[in-house]
Every structure is written in C-alpha cells, then in structure tokens.
Design a protein around this ligand. Structure first.
Ligand code: HEM
Length: 218
C-alpha cells in the first residue's frame, strides 16, 4: 500500500491531481461569485448572508491548507514517503491564496475599502489584530517560497524563516477561537492538531544530532 502510494507520488501527474483537488473549494467560491454577478439565485450552501459565507469559507480553508502544509513533513517521515515534499510549496501557496481572498472579503464587502476604518478595526478588535498578524507573517513566506529565494537566503536561513508558518497558524487558531462566541469545539480541534504538529517538529529537532562545532561550544 505504502509502496504504491510512493510510486504514485513519484509520477509527475501527482502534483496535477493534487492541484485540481485543491481547486475544489475555489470552485464553490467561483460558482457563488458568478451567481452574485449575474444576479442569479445563490447556491443553497451560501445561505442568507453571502459576505459571511465568503468570510467563513475562506477562513476555514486557510486554516485547513495551513495545517495540511504543516502535516507534510511528519507524514512524509512517519510513512517514509519522501516525494510528498513536492506538494508542500503548492499547498502553502494555496493557504496564502485563500488568506488573500479572506482578507479581500474583509476589506471589500465588509469594510467598503475604507483603509482608515480598517486600521482602526485592526487596533480595536483583538481577533482582527491577531488574524492580521497571521496574514502579515504569511506574506514573506509566500514571497520567498521559490527556489531562487532558497538559494539567495541559504537553506538554513530559509528554513528558519519558514518556521514562522507555525506562528501564522497559531495566530489563525487564536483568531478563530476569539471570534467564536459559543461553540469552541472546532477552534479547539484545530489548536490540538497544531499542537501535535508543533510537538512532532520539536521532538524531531531535539533528536537531530547537532554539528560537532556547536556541540563542543555548548
Ligand atoms: C492566518 C490568517 C487567518 C486565518 C487562518 C483566518 C481564519 C479564519 C477562520 C477559521 C474564521 C472563521 C470561519 C468560520 O466561522 O467558519 C475566520 C473568520 C473571520 N476572519 Fe479570519 N483568518 C485569518 C486572517 C484574517 C484577517 C487578516 C482578517 C481581517 C483583517 C480576518 C477577518 C475575519 C473576519 C471578519 C471573520 C468573520 C468573523 C465573524 O464571523 O464575525 N481574518 N477567519
């Protein structure tokens, strides 16, 4: 089973298939936007408040894509599927694309492109402040996600910078927890998954033998 999964992942088509699968949520958004623009009846999944639908849908998918991206390394190591790494950058960029749509829903339909009002809101409502922090953290990661940037920064610096993704996901989880008024089960589930992923990475980095120079000076 694992061997056939490994072979599937080696195929150049695996990336195309995952790309198409990742497009499914955006299909829902595109369908709803098209109905809105053409003044057609809205699909039932949109509900009575289209802006709330776009905000919640894009927010949920940002967190899902972030967690899936963070799960790539542990799953790859635990199941010995080295080729999974080929999907990580693409999944991370889907998370970023989603958060851009999420932010666009906020500054557009929600804040009517009132930049001053938006900045006031960012300072006033803690759940917006922390969400905004998460968004800002993801920007340098998206910019430096290319091979050229890995070369320019050097592998080690690049890796250190990209650990910020844990903080971005943490901001996202806190943002979600703070904005939910009563039922906290889902934000807590996301928080638990993020904690597990973080603990795995921490344990892996503690297990890794340190370079001799570092060890002798510690
Ligand atoms: C890492 C970045 C972010 C993540 C992961 C994230 C995630 C989420 C999630 C999961 C929800 C709730 C979805 C639901 O109820 O089903 C949400 C709602 C929301 N988010 Fe974000 N978000 C992020 C950044 C932002 C930013 C930058 C803003 C605006 C500046 C923002 C504004 C909102 C608003 C206004 C809502 C709806 C609140 C409500 O229902 O009252 N988010 N977000």
């Amino acid at each position: 089973m694992r061997d056939s999964l490994g072979q599937l992942l080696q195929s150049p088509w695996s990336k195309v298939v995952v790309f198409l699968l990742c497009l499914i949520p955006f299909g829902y958004i595109a369908w709803a936007v098209m109905a809105l623009l053409r003044a057609l009846p809205l699909p039932a999944y949109v509900g009575a408040e289209p802006v709330a639908f776009f905000q919640h849908f894009t927010g949920d998918w940002t967190l899902r894509f972030l967690l899936i991206t963070l799960a790539i390394t542990p799953v790859r190591k635990l199941l010995n599927l080295p080729d999974l790494i080929r999907l990580r950058r693409m999944l991370g960029l889907f998370a970023f694309f989603c958060v851009c749509l999420h932010f666009l829903t906020y500054i557009g339909p929600d804040q009517a492109f009132d930049l001053a009002g938006m900045l006031k809101d960012v300072g006033k409502r803690p759940f917006i402040t922390i969400g905004f922090a998460g968004f800002l953290l993801l920007i340098p990661l998206a910019i430096t996600s290319t091979k050229g940037w890995i070369r320019r920064l050097g592998g080690r610096n690049w890796q250190t910078l990209h650990r910020l993704v844990y903080f971005a996901a943490l901001c996202g989880v806190i943002h979600y927890y703070w904005l939910v008024k009563s039922d906290h089960r889902l934000p807590l589930l996301y928080a638990s998954l993020l904690t597990l992923l973080f603990l795995y990475r921490l344990a892996a980095s503690l297990r890794k033998p340190r370079p001799a120079v570092e060890r002798s000076t510690a």
